[in-house]
Design a protein around this ligand. Structure first.
Ligand SMILES: *Cc1c(COP(=O)(O)O)cnc(C)c1O
Length: 353
């Protein structure tokens, strides 16, 4: 196996910078199970304020943030509405069935924007033999649709509808930072329409670990109970929170560059191969590209050929590959990575002839 030159499998592959490590080393810490870690408390206050909510809770991962949200909003044997391509449905090991004890009702959409008409059809009537619909989840940006941005108006619509049915709305905002960077919408403008959110610090922002659950004071107190139950009560976690604070202060402002990188890579590879863009809606909204290799190209062969030449990308559904852009690849390296992709494509086409 040759060494990795360019890693576009995910925006989670970024490594903490020297400055970030310095902030971590110097962090003032305490025992966070007693809520006495000043750095964790500072991160939680910063996030609560950014999102215009009462309170926030530092959790180890995005999955834990989402599962805590599901647990606090539901009772066993309830049902939650999620989008068909959502992270909660595909990549969280059926956790809602195990942790909260609820089942998922999946609704398909374009770009991840749930239509209130389809939610309306999915909400269960009150008869005792139905599960009770007790939560609606959306995802911003939407991962499997290709980093798509849900418009503020679509979130407003879902929110208004959810409120009229008295069903809470949770947002898996693992990459909400990218949506904010791209549209100029402030975190609190999205959060205004949401009951709870979970946001990641370990993706485009570049922290080594950590996510944050956001909600009311009561919701966060209940979340603290669930975090402990799930084994997520950490001690001097200010060392990790310091990385998150550093990322918010110094990395957040550069997220738009990652979107530019995705567009440059897309421009290069789609003009020089027969691959096509498979992002839902046909646009590159943020830092994720879903690449449709077409029926004549074996995506596994192409991925392996790229890998041999030092470019790592991941597999997607069916004929698709996925590339994610992040702060640890420069604009110049993106162009080199695109050349490797094009050469790999040409090479496997030649072999197939
Ligand atoms: C990565 C991701 C998560 C989960 O984050 P982890 O920290 O890996 O548990 C949740 N939702 C979406 C959309 C993600 O991309």
């Amino acid at each position: 196996m040759s060494s990795i030159k360019f890693d576009l499998r995910s925006d989670t592959v970024t490594k903490p910078t020297i400055e970030m490590r310095k902030a971590m080393a110097e962090a003032e810490v305490g025992d966070d199970v007693y809520a006495e870690d000043p750095t964790v408390n500072r991160l939680q206050s910063m996030i609560a304020e950014l999102f215009g909510k009462e309170s926030a809770l530092f959790v180890p991962t995005g999955v834990m943030g989402n599962q805590i949200a599901i647990a606090i909003h539901t009772k066993r044997s309830d049902e939650i509405i999620v989008e068909s391509e959502s992270h909660i449905f595909h990549y969280e090991t059926a956790a809602p069935a195990i942790i909260a004890g609820v089942q998922m009702y999946c609704i398909p959409s374009v770009k991840g924007e749930l239509a209130s008409s389809s939610i309306s059809e999915a909400i269960r009537p009150g008869d005792y033999y139905f599960p009770k619909t007790s939560l609606i989840c959306i995802e911003q940006t939407h991962n499997r649709h290709g980093g798509t941005v849900l418009s503020l108006s679509s979130i407003e619509e879902v929110s208004g509808f959810a409120q009229s049915k008295q069903i809470p709305l949770h947002c898996d905002g693992a990459r909400i930072w990218n949506a904010c960077a791209e549209t100029g919408t402030a975190p609190h403008e999205y959060a205004h329409y949401l009951d709870t959110l979970s946001v990641c610090l370990s993706k485009g922002l570049g922290a080594p670990a950590g996510s944050v659950f956001i909600g009311t004071k009561d919701q966060v107190e209940y979340a603290r109970h669930w975090r402990k139950l799930l084994g997520g009560g950490m001690r001097q976690s200010g060392i990790l929170a310091a990385a998150g604070i550093h990322a918010l202060q110094f990395h957040r402002e550069h997220l738009r560059d990652d979107h530019e990188k995705a567009r440059i890579f897309a421009e290069q590879i789609f003009s020089r191969t027969s691959c096509t863009l498979a992002n839902s809606g046909g646009t590159v909204d943020t830092n994720i590209l879903i690449i449709d290799c077409g029926i004549d190209t074996d995506p596994y062969l192409l991925r392996n050929e790229c890998s041999k030449r030092g470019l790592e990308i991941s597999s997607g559904r069916g004929q698709c590959l996925r590339a994610v852009f992040h702060r640890d690849i420069t604009m110049q390296e993106v162009k080199e990575a695109a050349m490797i992709f094009i050469q790999s494509f040409d090479s496997i086409m030649k072999e197939n002839r």
